[in-house]
Ligand binder design. Structure first.
Ligand code: CA
Length: 232
């Protein structure tokens, strides 16, 4: 994204206090900010402003946020970050499975939100360009064409299943990939609920690439939701 262009954001959120808190703290000159307080207005604003990112609250007065997401996904790939309340794990999962790119849990800091926004924007613009066959982040390198993985320059031997899981996380680096998405992509339809199997394989990947569980370098567990490969 060119540095001269501010990030255009549409927020769809009925709580005025949250909109006000965000508006007051936005980095000056970096953001072009547009607010909607209900679903109907929000969808209209997204069509009108063609934003780089949409921030979407799930509990809206006129319609469920998940329905809004579904409607947006019929015509736009704009990155959508969900704003959820604590304890709404099922909603987060449904939103990510429904095509949301990420979520933040209320109350969140502006710094955290803007970091997620930047990742989403980078990812959104990357989708249009040619995918680099080499993934690099911190000390982790993956060659998608040769299916090889290195940590700090040493090659790591993964089973085919482990490799596919790690590659999927890398393809969505910085974003949460849900248990359901991983199971569906790697094991196929019908295995979406085999979370125990997934946990076993993730544990094994971690032993190979991320052996210190107290200080994970690459893979973060999003409890009850999925996993995120950190962007270094
Ligand atoms: Ca709300």
């Amino acid at each position: 994204m060119p540095v001269t262009e501010p990030i255009r954001i549409v927020i769809i959120e009925d709580e005025a206090s949250i909109r006000r808190f965000l508006r007051a703290g936005l980095p000056t000159g970096e953001v072009d900010w547009h607010e909607a307080e209900n679903a109907a207005e929000g969808v209209r604003l997204v069509a009108q402003k063609n934003p780089h990112v949409v921030l979407l609250d799930l509990g809206l007065p006129d319609r469920d946020g998940l329905e809004v997401l579904r409607e947006l996904r019929e015509w736009t790939d704009v990155p959508v970050i969900i704003l959820t309340a604590r304890g709404q794990e099922r909603d987060k999962v449904a939103a990510l499975d429904g095509g949301a790119d990420d979520y933040v849990t209320k109350p969140f800091s502006l710094g955290e939100l803007m970091a997620r926004v930047r990742v989403a924007v980078r990812h959104g613009s990357r989708m249009e360009s040619i995918v680099d066959p080499i993934f690099r982040s911190d000390g982790l390198t993956i060659d998608f064409s040769a299916r090889q993985v290195w940590v700090d320059g040493s090659e790591v031997r993964l089973t085919p299943t482990e490799y596919r899981l790690l590659a999927l996380l890398a393809q969505h680096a910085g974003k949460v990939v849900t248990h359901r998405q991983l199971l569906k992509e790697v094991w196929g339809p019908g295995f979406e609920d085999s979370t125990h199997t997934l946990r076993v394989h993730m544990g094994s990947i971690r032993q190979k690439v991320d052996p210190d569980p107290t200080r994970p370098r690459f893979i973060r567990t999003e409890t009850g939701v999925g996993y995120r490969l950190m962007v270094g």
